[in-house]
Design a protein around this ligand. Structure first.
Ligand code: DC
Length: 231
């Protein structure tokens, strides 16, 4: 089968990255977590006092983009790729609630999106990539051969996110996690620039009741159907 581009979009904490990573490993493709890129920009802004007490000056974030270098490196020990901000591994820090609470407003800024989308297109230019985010199938790679739109019950998503944060040692309440997810869903679907919407040719995957294996099987079936139609 010729290498393809797989775009996975969907709501916050639907398990997009878990599925995308498994899929990339199975196919020998690279994986790009675009949410991590917006999170890293947000972390940079927080660390440099550009975002303070939840408020920020858009212009200052835009100026900071020239000082931000983002990359992903594969960690053989964990078997996943990790996010680097100016050469520093920030994989853990970008998942903290402080970043989650500010990433939606930061990702709304037009110039931030333009810069991130250009990087994402560069990272995926040779295909053989699984990329997850909010606007991959609609904006970054509208010609992706396979597009998945993921959704899941909000209570289940809250529980998954809570488990993930607690397993990393964060002390957070269920209410705070749920509020953050709901707010981000709203912001991500209502923003002007590249909002989260289902691409017309995307296949919907509601994974509320599906195991990881079942989700992987579901998408692998689609990949095989695509391969059969190509030959
Ligand atoms: O996938 P995530 O929850 O780590 O993404 C964090 C935020 O980044 C999300 O709330 C919206 C933004 N985002 C975006 O605007 N476009 C993308 N392609 C990916 C993420």
């Amino acid at each position: 089968m010729n290498p393809i581009t797989i775009a996975i979009d969907g709501y916050s904490s639907c398990g997009k990255s878990t599925l995308a990573k498994a899929l990339a490993a199975k196919l020998g493709y690279s994986y790009v977590d675009t949410g991590a890129m917006y999170r890293a920009v947000t972390l940079y802004a927080l660390r440099h006092g550009i975002v303070k007490d939840g408020a920020f000056i858009e212009e200052d974030i835009v100026k900071s983009l020239d000082h931000i270098s983002l990359s992903f490196r594969f960690n053989a020990a964990t078997g996943t790729s990790e996010t680097y901000l100016n050469g520093e591994n920030v994989e853990k820090e970008i998942r903290q609630m402080e970043v989650s609470n500010l990433v939606s407003p930061v990702s709304k800024i037009r110039e931030v999106r333009v810069r991130m989308v250009a990087l994402q297109r560069e990272m995926g230019k040779n295909k053989a990539v699984v990329m997850d985010g909010r606007d991959i199938g609609t904006n970054v790679f509208p010609d992706a051969e396979l597009k998945i739109f993921m959704t899941a019950d909000p209570d289940i998503r809250t529980q998954r996110r809570l488990d993930e944060l607690q397993s990393k040692g964060s002390v957070v309440s269920r209410d705070d996690v749920r509020r953050n997810l709901m707010e981000r869903d709203y912001e991500d679907t209502h923003r002007k620039e590249n909002p989260l919407i289902q691409a017309k040719d995307a296949v919907v995957l509601d994974n509320s009741e599906l195991s990881r294996e079942e989700q992987l099987e579901f998408v692998m079936r689609l990949v095989k159907e695509l391969a059969a139609s190509q030959s």
